[in-house]
Design a protein around this ligand. Structure first.
Ligand code: FES
Ligand code: FES
Length: 160
């Protein structure tokens, strides 16, 4: 075991971890940040998606140690204080989930996609989100939510 400290949602968070611990295990098991979900643990479902230096990654596919010195953002850190991120708000407004298991990963992936504020099409959203599995089949509402969040963010940017 070795003490590892990562910057998670802007705060230093430490745990004694065994060698080879994945970022998913560090967050979910050691820090009890259960918003990041454990699905396949082989990079194919997207449930464990978080941001590493602002980019969406599958946290089951990287070691926690390799993330030292790089900011990690999880679903718990996406809102700005009491204000939900536009993607979180849109998922709520469109009820873009049923059981909610895939939702944190979907939201983190979409939030990273929308960072560039480029115009989107339904097709581009579907392509980008293709690697995320929703066992409940909420895909149509998820695409609607992402498109709506993109429009909100563009509106906000226009008002800045
Ligand atoms: S748990 Fe990481 S991609 Fe499925
Ligand atoms: S809402 Fe249940 S897995 Fe997507």
């Amino acid at each position: 075991m070795a003490l590892l400290t990562l910057t998670v949602n802007g705060e230093p968070r430490s745990a004694d971890v065994k060698p080879g611990t994945t970022l998913l295990e560090f967050l979910h098991d050691y820090l009890a940040m259960t918003g990041t979900k454990c699905g396949c643990e082989e990079g194919t479902c997207g449930a464990c998606t978080v941001h590493l230096e602002g980019r969406a990654i599958r946290s089951c596919m990287v070691t926690a140690e390799s993330c030292a010195g790089k900011p990690v953002t999880t679903i718990e850190g996406l809102a700005a204080g009491n204000r939900l991120h536009a993607v979180q708000q849109a998922f709520l407004s469109f009820e873009a989930f049923q059981c909610g298991f895939c939702t944190p990963g979907m939201i983190m992936e979409a939030a990273a996609l929308l960072n560039d504020r480029k115009p989107l099409t339904d097709g581009r959203v579907r392509l980008y989100m293709e690697g995320h599995v929703c066992r409940c089949g909420a895909y149509n509402d998820i695409v609607k939510a992402v498109m709506s969040a993109a429009a909100e963010l563009r509106k906000d940017a226009g008002n800045e």
